[in-house]
Design a protein around this ligand. Structure first.
Ligand SMILES: NC(=O)N[C@@H](CC(=O)O)C(=O)O
Ligand SMILES: [Zn+2]
Ligand SMILES: [Zn+2]
Length: 363
């Protein structure tokens, strides 16, 4: 048997699904992602949502100005699809460098109230995207109160995704943050125009995490964590070597007081330790050799972008993320707060990743 490696060097990874928010909260969190990832696909679910090319360009500029000096980070922008989005905005967005548009079924998740109420209403926009080569990113859950929360992803595949795939065969679709064996199987068997992102928390946890010795709101996200058989299927997909699956943290910061609330917000914050959590999940599956493809190659290959050239190093060294970070005027409780992690990112400049951000907002 080979000895378990103590360090792991991989091509610098990207995050293909990230929420950075805006204003002061943005300035509090962006350094965490920039310390780990070269690029990230930035979700457009602000209030109001990012629905025009100009808004995407302005938001990109605000993100760049929030990146601390000395860190390089490229935000890759997306548009938020609504029933009213004019199809010709797609051409303007494409020309402005926007890579993708995001489908939030109305009511499916955080800040999705302006989302699409019926796919038939956006056919012309989807046609324009297919023509322009703009990717469609989907939050794949149906919303009806008649469908059990834990079945919403599987029902979405049958009711929405299969017809969508048939009607727009050459539209590149990323099924975002998949959480079920159904979704992993669907993507594995689909053609080369379909891929999926998988979060670190869905690789590490099943739904017991939300209910373990009391209700734990920091494990609540959408799509919600599923049962263990689904987690195992996600681990198999991520570590299979298949280029259909790639890294997307879905790190989704919310003020702690709104998560620890009678109607707590959905979203887990993982950007402070994302690559470390993925390394842990791949290590648990004895598949560390597959991490680089998943984290650094499959995403850019699917998006048609160049792979990164630099590298990062991870060390097997236990460390403990802090209990909280500042988040604008509020607090942010990260996943694994106060709990040890077995892998640690070795920062390029010799400081520790914990010092980026620290207990204070990173500026
Ligand atoms: N994942 C989440 O639970 N929340 C995300 C929205 C999303 O990605 O669905 C958020 O913006 O907070
Ligand atoms: Zn989502
Ligand atoms: Zn998300």
């Amino acid at each position: 048997m080979r000895a378990a490696p103590h360090t792991l060097r991989i091509t610098r990874p990207d995050d293909w699904h990230l929420h950075l928010r805006d204003g002061e909260p943005l300035r509090s969190v962006v350094a965490h992602s920039a310390a780990q990832f070269a690029r990230a696909i930035i979700m457009p679910n602000l209030r109001p949502p990012v629905t025009t090319a100009q808004q995407a360009l302005d938001y990109r500029q605000r993100i760049l100005s929030a990146v601390p000096a000395g860190l390089r980070f490229e935000p890759l922008m997306t548009l938020y699809l609504t029933d009213e989005l004019p199809p010709d905005e797609i051409g303007r967005a494409k020309a402005a460098g926007v890579l993708a548009a995001k489908l939030y079924p109305a009511g499916a998740t955080t800040h999705s109230d302006a989302g699409v109420t019926d796919l038939r209403k956006i056919r012309k926009t989807l046609e324009a995207m297919q023509r322009a080569g703009m990717l469609l990113l989907v939050h794949g859950e149906v919303t009806g109160s008649d469908v059990d929360l834990f079945d919403r992803e599987a029902v979405f595949i049958e009711q929405q995704l299969i017809p969508l795939r048939r009607d727009f065969p050459e539209l590149k679709i990323v099924f975002e943050h998949i959480t079920t064996r159904d979704a992993a199987d669907y993507v594995q068997q689909a053609d080369r125009f379909t891929a999926a992102t998988i979060t670190a928390h869905h690789l590490l946890y099943n739904r017991n995490a939300i209910f373990s010795m009391g209700l734990r709101p920091h494990y609540y996200c959408l799509p919600v964590l599923k049962r263990e058989t689904h987690r195992l299927a996600l681990v198999r997909a991520a570590t299979s070597g298949s280029d259909r699956f790639f890294l997307g943290t879905d790190s989704a910061p919310h003020p702690a007081h709104l998560k620890e609330h009678a109607t707590g917000c959905a979203g887990c914050y993982t950007a402070h330790a994302a690559i470390e959590m993925y390394a842990e999940a791949f290590d648990n599956a004895a598949a560390l050799d597959r991490l680089e493809g998943f984290a650094s190659f499959h995403g850019p290959d699917f998006y048609g972008l160049p792979r990164n050239t630099g590298s990062i190093t991870l060390r097997r060294e236990s460390w403990t993320p802090p209990q909280r970070f500042a988040f604008g005027q509020a607090e942010l409780k990260p996943l694994r707060a106060g709990e040890s992690l077995p892998w640690r990112l070795v920062p390029a400049d010799g400081t520790t990743s914990l010092e980026v951000g620290g207990d204070e907002p990173a500026r």
